[in-house]
Design a protein around this ligand. Structure first.
Ligand SMILES: *Cc1c(COP(=O)(O)O)cnc(C)c1O
Length: 820
């Protein structure tokens, strides 16, 4: 197959061609948006050829393939990433410059693909990048939401407002519609067992919806391998329902077509909470059913016996959202392939893998049995059958242990009864993993403890999350990436795919010239961030202060409240100082960004408090030189790419045992920002890697949490006694220092009363940790050494390491190289 020519002259020619033909515009009269589109289409030509060759090779070689099922893919922008992975950035930079454009301006025209809420969706995106970069035959499957995560606006009072995210409005050059790849998906209707001596049933009637494929090409880094992310869009099976028209029911006919399209219309904006909404259940089944139908069609083309499915297919469930893959595969094998129950179950059990992402009770998915019976009657029958056989086996191993049966059942008793999706995902999978060492231990000792006792420990493992160093170092921090290459005298194509090589920069921590370059890059990244804030918000930032960043979804367990209360404490301390004394204080700029779920009242109140604290502090002539606060609206992957390289410290301060892993902690440390955190999630492994002397830990440990919560409930200590500094801060808020104090009472009361997230227990040690940060920052040389040492030891946190663990220890998958 002939490749695309990639010299600068060919690039400008291809660019102009796309302007004239694909866009039907004139090159002499083109704006930046048009130029971005032409550049994207031109880059896409390269991807398409590589994609074709990759898929041909997979078909010809028929390797085992893995499928990553994720309801969210938080991809961000594509053009820069594609240019870097293809090694064409410099050529395109020159090419568009010759035509009178700046590549940076064009890159800036692209809208983020934001089909995800936060960490879980971004993880899926990193894993696709790593799969392609490590030449693994992995496809992603997800939904093509018409609207991604909402755009966040902040009202003058400081309230979060949500606006829709019409990300497809300007056309999307990165997807290929595959109108010929479509499947019918059924909802509702009747399921009747055949009772013919087989476990078969027939499922008929109800609503049928069409799933249509859109393919997104996923280029690997410096390799031809270009994998696929297939996203499904829902469409009415027929444009309209003729019977309804004939019956004179025009409105009903239109409504039925509306409801089919509604399935993929919007991403649910909840992170770490479940809602039990019918449309969400329909999204989950629609996506799972279409993906499985597609996977099995590909398998059938191989002409292999159905029992060999586990030799050719591994299906990874990203959290419990795609758990219906388990009863759906059973349904296909039994009702359509006529397999007996045990054979079918054995196939499922050797094909499916489950990653747990949380132990928080409010995040564990449960579906009401009546809703399941209504929407998916056949699947509910299958789940009951799975449960029956499963509980019989448990009873055999633990005779007479009725409590255990109740705890382990797939069905939770109550009104209504509910299906416990984590239990179903666990017993239907070959292996189960958590996403950091501590989290995986908690999974085994808390929510799945009974399952470990029943099935044995070897089924349960850990794969610590990772991040792609392509986007999260090379793309977002090009100067640092260049400095590393220059210093190591190693090509990016080598060290970006073997991140342990970073360790070789360790000796340069002792090299004064290297440190100077390192510090200068950090300074320029701060100026880049300041420029972004200036142009988007019109605010001027002091780039000579320490940059302290906490950016992540707003959630009580992540404790942005602890941070803002700490800021107020610092402010009150500054106010009480003499002007002379203040001059000795470390200047600090505190950044927040993050979205709250639209119905999450306390989280939204936290945003309001942050915005109003910023308003007061940034205008106070006594202190604004020493302490300012910014809440940057509409946090996204692209905003993260500007903030992260500019940070001196970042905060990952969840209540111990609540953050499964965290991945932004890894992004900051890979960019030379130091970590302030609790002993939680991947913070622990980061500290093990970079050395405890290079992180700032504080707070109670996981084993203490249960006792502390018990104390809060049954032996509460007045907050004035327990933590006077905090009591003072809360009182100042109540008294109206940041606007109408009454507004914040519901938020303050969560702390004064139950304090489930242990703000009162951790406040003093948090303040002490920040004092250590100030102390350490005084010695600039030592600080830069810490920064260098941190980056040097971050190799483990490449998502390449993580995806190779899945490939080797879970999926039994081998790399497939694509001929040059
Ligand atoms: C990495 C990332 C996250 C995850 O952040 P945590 O701090 O680990 O929760 C969320 N949102 C975006 C846009 C990210 O890039």
């Amino acid at each position: 197959m002939r490749g695309v020519d990639t010299d600068v002259a060919s690039i400008t020619k291809s660019f102009v061609n796309h302007v004239q033909t694909s866009l039907a515009r004139q090159a002499s009269n083109l704006d930046d948006l048009g130029a971005y589109q032409a550049a994207a289409l031109s880059v896409r030509d390269n991807l398409i050829l590589n994609w074709n060759e990759t898929q041909l090779t997979y078909t010809r070689k028929a390797p085992k393939r893995a499928y990553y099922l994720s309801l969210e893919f938080l991809m961000g922008r594509t053009l820069d990433n594609a240019l870097l992975n293809l090694g064409l950035k410099d050529q395109y930079k020159d090419g568009v410059q010759k035509l009178g454009f700046s590549i940076e301006d064009l890159l800036d025209k692209e809208r983020d693909a934001a089909l995800g809420n936060g960490g879980l969706g971004r993880l899926a995106a990193c894993y696709l990048d790593s799969s392609a970069s490590q030449e693994l035959p992995v496809w992603g499957y997800g939904l093509r939401y018409k609207y991604g995560i909402f755009q966040q606006l902040i009202s003058p009072e400081g309230n979060q407002l949500e606006a829709p995210d019409p990300w497809l409005d300007n056309q999307n050059p990165w997807e290929l519609p595959r109108l010929d790849v479509s499947y019918e998906v059924r909802f509702y209707g009747q399921a009747e067992r055949l009772n013919d001596g087989t476990p078969r049933a027939s499922w008929t009637g109800g609503q049928e919806v069409l799933a249509v494929a859109y393919d997104v090409m996923i280029p690997g880094c410096y390799t031809k391998t270009t994998n696929n992310l297939r996203l499904w869009e829902s469409k009415p099976k027929r444009g309209f329902d003729l019977n309804s028209f004939n019956a004179g029911n025009y409105e009903g006919a239109v409504e039925s077509s509306n409801s089919a399209a509604a399935i993929t219309s919007v991403l649910y904006p909840n992170d770490h909470t479940t809602f039990g909404k019918e449309l969400r259940l329909k999204q989950q089944y629609f996506w799972t059913a279409a993906s499985l139908a597609d996977i099995l069609r590909r398998f059938r083309n191989l002409g292999k016996p159905i029992t060999e499915i586990p030799d050719y297919i591994a299906i990874q469930l990203n959290d419990t959202h795609p758990t219906l893959a388990i009863p759906e595969l059973m349904r296909i094998l039994i009702d359509e392939e006529d397999l007996d129950w045990d054979k079918a179950w054995n196939i499922v059990n050797n094909t499916v893998f489950y990653t747990n992402h949380t132990v928080l009770p409010e995040a564990l998915e449960k579906w009401p049995v009546p809703l399941m019976e209504h929407v998916l009657p056949r699947h509910m029958q299958i789940i009951y059958d799975i449960n029956l056989f499963f509980l019989q086996a448990v009873e055999k191993k633990f005779p007479g242990d009725r409590d255990r049966l109740g705890r382990m059942s797939l069905i939770e008793e109550g009104f209504p009864k509910q299906v416990r999706m984590a239990h179903l995902a666990c017993i239907g999978s070959k292996k189960v993993n958590g996403v950091a060492e501590l989290h995986s231990d908690l999974v085994k000792t808390t929510i799945l403890k009974d399952f470990v006792e029943f099935e044995g420990i070897s089924k349960f493992g850990n794969v610590t999350n990772g991040i792609t160093p392509r986007r999260w170092l090379d793309q977002c921090n090009p100067e640092l990436s260049d400095l590393i290459s220059k210093t190591l005298k190693v090509e990016k194509s080598v060290w970006l795919k073997n991140l342990d090589k970073l360790e070789e920069i360790l000796p340069f921590a002792e090299d004064a010239r290297f440190r100077k370059e390192w510090a200068a890059i950090k300074q320029r990244n701060k100026e880049r961030l300041a420029h972004y804030v200036q142009t988007t918000l019109g605010l001027t930032i002091n780039t000579h202060a320490m940059f302290d960043v906490q950016i992540k979804r707003l959630h009580e367990y992540k404790r942005q409240t602890l941070n803002i209360l700490g800021v107020i404490h610092r402010y009150l301390t500054l106010k009480a100082m003499s002007p002379e004394a203040r001059k000795k204080v470390n200047h600090r700029v505190v950044f927040f960004a993050g979205k709250a779920a639209p119905a999450y009242y306390i989280a939204k109140l936290t945003i309001r408090l942050i915005v109003n604290v910023a308003r007061i502090l940034n205008a106070d002539p006594d202190t604004k030189e020493y302490l300012t606060v910014y809440f940057l609206p509409d946090y996204s992957v692209s905003v993260a790419e500007v903030l992260i390289p500019a940070s001196d410290i970042s905060q990952h301060i969840s209540t111990a045992g609540t953050e499964a892993s965290g991945t932004s902690n890894m992004k900051f440390c890979l960019n030379g920002g130091l970590l302030v955190g609790t002993v939680d999630g991947a913070n622990i492994e980061i500290a093990e890697s970079v050395g405890e002397s290079n992180v700032f830990f504080f707070g109670h440990l996981t084993p203490d949490v249960e006792d502390l919560r018990y104390q809060h409930l049954y032996h509460p200590i007045p907050i004035e006694e327990k933590c006077p500094a905090l009591a003072n801060v809360l009182n100042k808020i109540s008294e109206g220092m940041f606007g109408d104090g009454g507004v914040y009472e519901p938020l303050l009361n969560t702390i004064r009363q139950i304090d489930h997230y242990l703000i009162t227990d951790d406040f003093d040690s948090y303040i002490a940790a920040l004092a250590m940060v100030d102390e350490a920052y005084l010695d600039k040389t030592e600080w830069i050494k810490k920064s260098i040492r941190t980056v040097a030891k971050m190799g483990k946190f490449s998502s390449d390491r993580a995806i190779l663990e899945y490939a080797e220890s879970y999926w039994n998958l081998e790399a497939v190289s694509i001929a040059k």
